[in-house]
Design a protein around this ligand. Sequence first.
Ligand code: PMT
Length: 400
Amino acid sequence: MNELKKCVVLGVTGGIAAYKACELLRLLQKQGMDVYVVMTKNACRFVTPLTFETLSGHPVAVDTFERPATWEVEHIALAKRADLFLIAPATANILAKMACGIADDMLSTTVLATRAPVMVAPAMNTGMWDNPATQENLATLKRRGVHIVAPVSGLLACGDSGAGKLEDVAVIARHAIDVLRGVPQDLAGLRVMVTAGPTREALDPVRYVSNRSSGKMGYAIARAAARRGAQVTLLTGPVALDVPDGVEAVRFTTTQELLDCAQSRVMEQDILIQAAAPADYRAAEVAPQKIKKQKGEDFVLRMIENPDVAATLGRMKHAEQVFVGFAAETNDVLAHAQDKLLRKNLDMIVANDVTKDGAGFDVDTNIVTLITREDSVSLPLMTKDEVADRILTQALSLRS
Ligand code: PMT
């Protein structure tokens, strides 16, 4: 991808995660960004301005009343220079000040003055994060168009465990670049779960029944959702693909395992997209030892039905959720897909005729029809990345 020549003003506030801002600065520079740093006084207790000055190659702004090196009004000059104003880590304090329009130090003054897009990556103690005051301030900022890179759960510096840990700096940098490139962040704040890939149903310790799904379609959806700001969980079967940046992956092998993983997570999702190809049947008995040749006799395998994951989840669905399924068909494509849409209580089904060249299994393109309860849209041959964006846009429109 082309290098972006843009200016990022990086605000650093006083939390233990302040040291991670050094790495974030470096990552942004590697993408061609010119980075200016503004620190709060408390941030200077964790990392010295000299560190950021050395890394950025620019003076670090801390004090509004310091005599400037030039006769520019410093906070206004920085506010104007920014193509993106990114605060990471952002404490509960700066979020509260921003929500109220308070400007009582260099950082809060500069961010109030900027007309550039603003992004915050909060990091704090779980109790502070969960506090209604913080959540209401975030909701206010979000309503005003501030991009929020939500913290993740984990062990916090204070010893507590829970939400409040600064998101991985590579993920923050990627969101920043996406905003600068104009990628819409229309899924920010939403949880999206995607299923991808095949299942394997064991016959004996060395053999299994599977299918030709490569996972490419599901991975493209997970990647696109993350780029558009969603918090993405990818339930993945055994495939040879790298998990997209910023996506949490959970692995399954059998249809029953997929059902277990999905059932325990589905209630907290806003959007569910089921691109996996789970086996409808499994062996009635899995042989404990390798099955031997039958000495000239036919080998008969008895298979029993697996649970239907989509139908089971469909019965759990609540009104605000949007569920999308796929239908891989070889004949009467639209009729079969319509039937699955209703039977599995889906809001949309993506029908692909897997007999067409450039569609379906293990290719980088697809030819699909998006069928909702109201209408259907047939798309031409597209890359799976493009199909993924179309599916997400349609799924989002079904929420409103
Ligand atoms: O992975 P790729 O190589 O990129 O290929 C993409 C794909 C062809 C696998 C994908 O686009 C696709 O069509 N996935 C669905 C495959 C499938 O299982 O189709 P189906 O018509 O059998 O199932 C319909 C829906 O029910 C699907 O959402 C499926 O996830 C779900 N299902 C199926 C069987 C089952 N036991 N439980 C289910 O939940």
